[in-house]
Design a binder for this molecule. Structure first.
Ligand code: HEC
Length: 165
């Protein structure tokens, strides 16, 4: 009997946690495995540090370094391992992501040909609107897979009453 109580408690907790999550964070949930989440977030951190490196090079007017850093965030970066996530990530999410990588390719190209830091700054600012809008729209959650909590809340509720009487 105490086992029922625990399962019920766990189910109720998850149920309430899910309800609370819906209320607090209204961004669309992308359910991923632990591995897939790690893959996406690792790329995200590379985008952040690469962007910082571009700013650092820009502050010293080193346009060759700007181009190098931007290259590493281009479509070549996307080609490295995202393909297996193609079918899992929402289409709009993929399009936005690819368009950011394309922006960095354009930044690299112009840093080599135009070599104007102000122009690069404007491009970077435009590209980063996409970081913003994607973060505003999506969140990643790790898919639940523990078999012990499959009891529906209604089912658990019944057991709970039997236990009390
Ligand atoms: C196509 C969608 C998309 C784009 C574009 C995007 N991100 Fe993200 N990013 C996400 C999602 C989804 C998360 C996870 C957010 C969550 O679950 O709360 C995330 C998380 C992050 C994190 C946190 C990483 C961690 O370890 O927790 C950083 C940093 C980040 N993004 C940087 C960037 C930067 C910088 C850009 C633009 C150059 C960018 N992202 C563009 C979707 C995107």
């Amino acid at each position: 009997m105490p086992a029922f109580r625990n399962i019920f408690g766990a189910a109720l907790f998850l149920f309430m946690a899910a309800a609370a999550a819906n209320e607090v964070d209204k961004r669309q949930v992308i359910p991923l495995s632990e591995h897939q989440r790690d893959h996406v977030l690792t790329e995200m951190r590379a985008l952040l540090s690469g962007t910082r490196n571009i700013l650092d090079a820009l502050s010293r007017d080193e346009m060759a370094a700007v181009a190098r850093e931007a290259d590493s965030l281009g479509l070549g970066m996307a080609g490295k391992g995202e393909n297996h996530l193609d079918s899992i990530l929402p289409g709009e999410f993929m399009r936005l992501g690819m368009s950011v990588h394309q922006d960095f390719d354009n930044i690299a190209r112009d840093a080599r040909s135009i070599k104007d830091p102000k122009h690069t700054l404007r491009q970077l600012s435009e590209a980063m609107k996409k970081c913003d809008s994607c973060h505003a729209g999506y969140q990643i959650r790790v898919k639940e897979r523990s078999p012990g909590v499959e009891t529906s809340p209604a089912h658990g509720h019944q057991h709970h009453h039997q236990h009390q009487h």
